[in-house]
Design a protein. Structure first.
Ligand code: SAH
Length: 266
């Protein structure tokens, strides 16, 4: 019996798969990818003769039986997942039938679309003295939010929010932020098809106008919504500096300069 590898394909740019993920594709006997988002990576790196299928019209049972059948036939079977497999990727639902069939499962992480969105816009999710925390979430669509996880509750922390699967529910995102007291001029960012060569779209706005701006840009799918007090820091004045590069700060790799007045290491 072969091993089924759940491989994070990255956010869209085929070059954003990990070296390990690419090497697995290059020796895969079978690859199952999830819709158009990751087919470029599959077809670019797969060997000749590899069985390649798209799971977009398959049910969970069909996906599981395909993977099980291929694992009986070849040593390396790859299930390509968009971004990172641990985020909104039905990983556990797919692993359970493989466990039941006695098939070995491994996971290779990938670059999440949240990180690709930050990279596209040259933004940092964390800034000293502004926010040091990031929440990955979504608003309720057909999948309800568990108790305590509605956006208003999460947004009350005033940290960075990366909101998946919610571009058609932007009105709910706005309502949640308003309920948590975010001001109308709070900066927001929407990135459509982050990292996709030639197709990426970056829309900046505020709580007051982001929906209108997305409508104008005709963004209705495959978009990451970011709300964060750290957004736009590049254009603002001098921010608080990280202690890591502070001349007066001693850490494991560097001694503080005496002139800067040595401070305690964290
Ligand atoms: N596991 C994936 C998320 C899958 S859920 C990851 O780690 O990125 C699908 C959602 O991810 C989409 O609704 C959208 O919010 C986001 N997404 C996936 N690819 C994207 C991309 N290239 N650009 C922007 N958002 C993307």
């Amino acid at each position: 019996m072969g091993t089924v590898w759940f491989v994070g394909a990255g956010p869209g740019d085929p070059e954003l798969i990990t070296v390990k993920g690419r090497d697995l594709l290059a020796r895969a006997g079978a690859i199952l990818f999830a819709g158009s988002l990751v087919d470029a990576a599959a077809t670019r790196w797969a060997p000749a003769g590899c069985a390649i299928a798209d799971s977009k019209d398959m049910t969970l049972e069909q996906i599981a039986s395909w993977l099980i059948a291929q694992a009986g036939r070849c040593e390396t079977v790859v299930r390509l997942q968009t971004g990172d497999p641990a985020l909104y990727g039905t990983l556990i639902e797919l692993v359970q039938p493989l466990d039941a069939a006695g098939i070995a499962v491994r996971v290779v992480p990938g670059v999440s679309s949240a990180m690709a969105a930050a990279a596209a816009a040259v933004e940092s999710f964390t800034l000293p003295e502004v926010t040091q925390s990031v929440i990955f979430t979504r608003v309720a669509g057909r999948t309800p939010m568990p108790p305590g996880e509605d956006l208003a509750a999460l947004a009350s922390h005033r940290c960075t929010l990366c909101i998946f699967l919610s571009i058609t529910l932007l009105h709910k995102v706005e309502a949640g932020l308003r309920e948590a007291g975010w001001p109308e001029d709070a900066p927001m960012l929407v990135v459509h098809k982050a990292s996709w060569p030639g197709e990426e779209l970056i829309v900046r706005g505020t709580l007051a106008d982001i929906r209108q701006r997305c409508r104008e840009a005709k963004i209705v799918s495959q978009a990451m919504i970011i709300a964060s007090p750290a957004l736009g820091a590049r254009q603002r004045g001098a921010p608080a500096r990280s202690k890591l590069y502070d001349a007066g700060f001693t850490h494991r790799f560097r001694r503080a300069s005496a002139a800067a007045g040595a401070k305690e290491s964290p």
